[in-house]
Write a new protein. Structure first.
Length: 336
């Protein structure tokens, strides 16, 4: 498996394309179909579970072993009877989760279509990239894997898309892995965002080691910019994982955010203990107050990349991604 991701927003406060012309991708053909592994699993006859599980493995010869041994954590050394008993117990304990997902996703086609739109833009910008042809939905442990890009295709963990108010998300088991500032994104409308983000990370895996804070900020900014091109109609806050209010506040206090890095001489630090305070998942940015989001360095890096691209109109995404981080930072002359 390659990548995982661990309130429907009806008012788009910020448009990802910032007024730029969105290319017409309607004629780009994308073959995509959805297989519901979750339905096949939870419909196995409990009186003949071992046989039903073997049939499921035969139907999903690649994904089923990944589900059993990676997602569920079964032991490959177990007998088929022991494995069946283990999976049967999971199915029994997760029946409520499955039933909730079926009520919410009784028609998965809208989500498939949103993913397909994103893949059309991926193909437009990266014509040689081999797109996944399949979506596989599944139900897994609430404290485990989420959305995955694997050799099987785009794998969607519906258990992490049941709406931020789903009661089990407040359990101690889930909160230890996915605290509130992450679980609030467990909405259906993050399915396409997570899926296309996994494609983006397959194209450009993150390599942040031995880079200064500003270099890591630009690297994060590059990928957010790329994601915005793949999902040009998506609200910006969902691309970075903020609430609409958090993103609005970031733009209103953009200068203060930048001053935090400049006045404290943070940009060139290579201290990971410092960098982690500004890059990656966290509930807030300590210096900016309790209402501020975490990952503020990625927000600033995104604005740097936007500024650079405004000065380099027509630069391809491939060339942007290949451009040295320091060159982008120096030439952008970002100063909100």
């Amino acid at each position: 498996m390659k990548y995982l991701f661990l309130v429907l927003v009806t008012v788009v406060l910020f448009s990802c394309n910032n007024g730029e012309k969105i290319p017409d991708v309607s004629n780009i053909k994308v073959q995509l179909s959805t297989q519901h592994f979750d339905q096949d699993l939870f419909r196995i006859d409990s009186n003949n579970f071992n046989n039903g599980l073997q049939q499921l493995i035969h139907k999903f010869p690649s994904f089923a072993p990944n589900f059993l041994y990676t997602i569920l954590g079964a032991d490959a050394k177990w007998t088929s009877d022991s494995t069946a008993a283990y999976v049967k117990a999971f199915v029994s304990s997760y029946r409520k989760v499955y039933d909730s997902s079926q009520a919410l996703f009784n028609n998965f086609l809208p989500y498939e279509n949103e993913i397909k739109k994103g893949l059309q833009f991926v193909k437009y910008y990266f014509p040689n990239y081999k797109l996944p042809a399949n979506i596989i939905t599944y139900i897994g442990p609430l404290d485990g894997f989420g959305d995955i890009l694997s050799d099987d295709g785009l794998v969607i963990g519906l258990q992490l898309h049941l709406g931020k108010n789903f009661s089990l998300y407040n359990s101690e088991l889930v909160q230890q892995t996915y605290p509130d500032y992450i679980s609030r994104r467990f909405e259906p409308d993050y399915i396409a965002v997570n899926s296309i983000k996994n494609i983006m990370l397959d194209l450009y895996p993150e390599k942040l080691e031995e880079k200064s804070l500003v270099q890591q900020m630009v690297e994060k900014g590059k990928r957010l910019y790329l994601l915005s091109k793949f999902l040009p109609h998506e609200a910006e806050n969902k691309l970075i994982g903020y609430t609409p209010e958090q993103l609005k506040d970031c733009y209103e206090h953009e200068r203060n955010i930048w001053d935090l890095f400049v006045q404290n001489n943070l940009l060139q630090t290579i201290d990971d203990n410092v960098i982690k305070n500004y890059i990656g998942e966290s509930p807030k940015t300590q210096e900016l107050g309790d209402a501020s989001p975490g990952n503020i360095g990625s927000f600033a890096g995104w604005q740097i990349v936007k500024k650079y691209m405004q000065k380099n109109e027509g630069l391809s995404l491939q060339k942007l991604m290949a451009t040295d981080d320091d060159i982008i930072f120096q030439e952008a002359k970002y100063k909100p």
